[in-house]
Design a protein around this ligand. Sequence first.
Ligand code: GLU
Ligand code: MG
Length: 443
Amino acid sequence: MKQYSAEDILRIVNEEDVEFIRLQFTDIFGQLKNVAVTRSQIEKVLNNESMIDGSSIEGFTRIHESDQYLRPDLDTFAILPWQPATRKTARLICDVYNPDGTPFVGDPRGALKRVLARAEAMGYQFNVGPEMEFFLFETDEKGLPTSRTADAAGYFDMAPIDHGGNVRREICLMLEEMGFEIEASHHEVAEGQHEIDFRYADALTAADNITTFRMAVKTIAQSHGLHATFMPKPVYGINGSGMHTNMSLFKDGKNIFFDPNGPKQLSKEAYSFIAGILAHVRGMAAITNPLVNSYKRLVPGYEAPCYLAWSASNRSALIRIPAARGSATRVELRCPDPACNPYLAIAACLAAGLDGIEKNLTPPAEITENIFAMSEEERKAHGIDSLPGNLLEAVECLERDPVIVHTLGEHIYHHYVAGKKREWEEYRTRVTDWELKKYMVVY
Ligand code: GLU
Ligand code: MG
């Protein structure tokens, strides 16, 4: 990532003909928000004097204390390449502060920064590389999204079967203009499904990148008359979209998950980190898999995990250790989905892993067999538990996990759980098409 001073930004704004600056932040459910200012306001922005009224933002403040300040993280300055090429638009990702100068406890970026500070105190830098999957669907005459795609391609297929190649190309080029290093881009298993992977980064940058990525993909798809969705399971009966999350801890510039003399060349810290994730993965599911729809992806048969196990080889496990060693040694968690709030999801993963290290936990034995082929009894015999089966169960697991609750902080926890319970209740009381088809005639 680039490093910018206030002077750099003033200079670039003038040299590059930047007219609008979007000050971005996210609400507790990970929705990207922004207020745009013109260049006439840039000095105020750089002096941390930009004020917003947070009272209408999900999970932000109550009416009587709604004034908040946006403090831009200068290193996130980037020109938005899909905006007009003259009188350009740039963005700055901001931290949210109270009028008294303290960080606002409801800011998800702040929650991630709090856990990162804990890791830093232990000497650790946390690196994260997400694998983002998404669908491209056609829009109807009114421009509204459908769940139709004319694309009949599968894994790694090429054009002309793959209809998304040109859109992916443009996404990659524009993200590179914004400083991303794109490592791979390909058609995924399901019709209309795609994946683009960008290089791992420190956790805060990775979370910022995920929000930028989602905005870029949706915007560029729209300019091609398509609708991009990060909804985890848009179509019944085919693969859903995951956000496999690759994680590693560095100390003094060295990847501490690697130990040439350890079992499978993994260090004690790596094993404890895995054990910590396994201990808290049910408690953090409401964060990593935040929607009613998320749990329709986490079912057997679609390359998504359901059971709590780790493996160095086996893709059916929740946690996989990819083959690379040395500085690329990493733990891949396969349950998160791309609808999550990346700040909170990454914060929860780190807190879980650190808890494993602090408590010196050891994980259960590696599972090398295909877990999906095991019967329930066999899984029981191996001590293999399951991920929560739905959003309500996930919220209840969160309520029982003090490590994850503490990571969110009282404010975010309270608003998040209340919001998710409302979402569940709204879903639970709906009469669905499936029910009508199943019961209307027979009963
Ligand atoms: N789409 C699958 C999922 O839901 C993952 C496929 C893959 O291994 O990349 O996690
Ligand atoms: Mg994939």
